[in-house]
Design a protein around this ligand. Structure first.
Ligand SMILES: Cc1ncc(COP(=O)(O)O)c(C=O)c1O
Length: 392
């Protein structure tokens, strides 16, 4: 009889951290590990606009029949309008996906179909799932330096130097805004310079937009993505509503190809459905229906924008508070970064000691979730960093 043997899967270390945190009985424990937004009570709330939309949906929805492989085209259009606003000279293809992860998977599959022998370039450091996700599609990958954790600085020149070695048809994965894990985004000038290089070298940008609206605002956060779209004949964009609508577990996202010709957009649209059919068939509907309702109802949309604004304001206030309280150990850089994360230059031993000796939970690479640092915990956090001899 054949034995059903399974190799040990490599587990996401953050998932381990969650159970370790839950089991910890110390009253001063702080969770800066998991990448979800939290309010002042450490809670990840359902937005009021979402609650209202869900109630209306409950009353009005009269069927749960299949939607179609690319989801609800109205949802895809409404979200696409928020992102692109009819880019001149471009045609947009899009599909609803299970979260930003599903969108990245479809983008990667589409890219691999068009360029089976090319390489996808990923900037480091990055979200830990980026490389496994694209490599599982069978795409060859290469890396380029993006940010120095030790210097807390972008490595822009080095990034351009590496990408200038890429071949025509290679893809470049970019974080649209609120870079995870560093919080360090390119400036407008740098985006323009990068977009020019991408166009000159005939590289295909794949923009991951997982934190739209959590940096400088809904419009400003699209600056880089729109610059790339203007310069490049084809751009793939993977977006997520997990963070900006707080719909993490409902799995809402969309993938788009913004192309310079309609025929390609039509073909890409068909491919999105074709690929989805072979993986999960159709995306879940509920969260996307909620997002569509919010974006198409002016009152709900306003309410959502206000709630999103409150989240951003809280993140920025916390960033300033951490920078001020940690000025003596060099934490001022935290206030200059954007979105939910910063990446502290801590050794693995310092991280172990923060968790084991001080109940300060953070990712092994030194990433902290700013939203997890509630004001009453700030002093304990800074004192703990001092205790492990952190100094930038
Ligand atoms: C950079 C980045 N991309 C994509 C995702 C995936 O988001 P989703 O939960 O919508 O799949 C995340 C989630 O943390 C992320 O940080």
């Amino acid at each position: 009889m054949s034995a059903f043997t399974l190799p040990e899967p490599s587990l996401d270390p953050l998932l381990n951290l969650i159970s370790q945190y839950r089991a910890d009985t110390r009253s001063n424990k702080i969770d800066l590990g998991v990448g979800v937004y939290r309010d002042d009570n450490g809670h990840t709330p359902v937005l009021a606009a979402v609650k209202t939309a869900e109630a209306r949906l409950y009353e009005s929805q009269d069927s749960k029949s299949y939607l179609g492989l690319t989801g609800d085209s109205d949802f895809v259009d409404v979200l696409g309008n928020l992102l692109f606003q009819s880019p001149t000279g471009r045609s947009v293809a899009g599909a609803q996906t299970p979260g930003g992860s599903g969108a990245l998977r479809l983008a990667a599959e589409l890219y691999k179909t068009a360029y089976p022998d090319n390489t996808l370039w990923v900037g480091l450091p990055t979200w830990p799932n980026h490389l496994p996700l694209v490599e599982s599609v069978g795409i060859k990958t290469a890396t380029y330096p993006y940010f120095s954790r030790e210097k807390q600085a972008l490595l822009f020149d080095s990034m351009l130097e590496h990408l200038s070695n890429a071949s025509a048809g290679d893809a470049v994965l970019l974080h649209g805004c609120c870079h995870n894990p560093t919080g360090a985004d390119l400036s407008s000038t740098q985006w323009s310079e990068l977009a020019t290089l991408l166009a000159d070298k005939e590289l295909i940008p794949i923009v991951d937009l997982a934190y739209h609206g959590l940096g400088d605002g809904l419009l400003q956060d699209l600056n880089g993505t729109r610059t790339v779209i203007q310069h490049c004949p084809q751009t793939l964009v993977a977006t997520s509503c997990s963070k900006n609508f707080g719909l993490y577990r409902d799995r809402v996202g969309a993938v788009y190809m913004v192309a310079d010709n309609k025929a390609l957009a039509i073909r890409a649209q068909a491919y999105f459905g074709h690929v989805a059919r072979r993986i999960y068939s159709m995306p879940p509907d509920h969260g996307a229906a909620v997002v569509k309702m919010i974006l198409t109802d002016s009152n709900l949309r306003q309410e959502w924008q206000t709630e999103l604004g409150t989240m951003v304001q809280r993140l920025n206030t916390l960033r300033k508070a951490i920078a001020a309280a940690g000025a003596s150990i060099g934490l001022e850089f935290v206030s200059e970064q954007k979105g939910m994360f910063s990446l502290l230059p801590l050794s693995p031993e310092q991280v172990d000691s923060l968790i084991g000796d001080h109940a300060v939970y953070l990712a092994g690479d030194g990433r902290i979730n700013i939203a997890g640092c509630q004001p009453p915990h700030l002093e304990h956090f800074i004192e703990s960093l001092k205790s492990v001899d952190f100094h930038f």
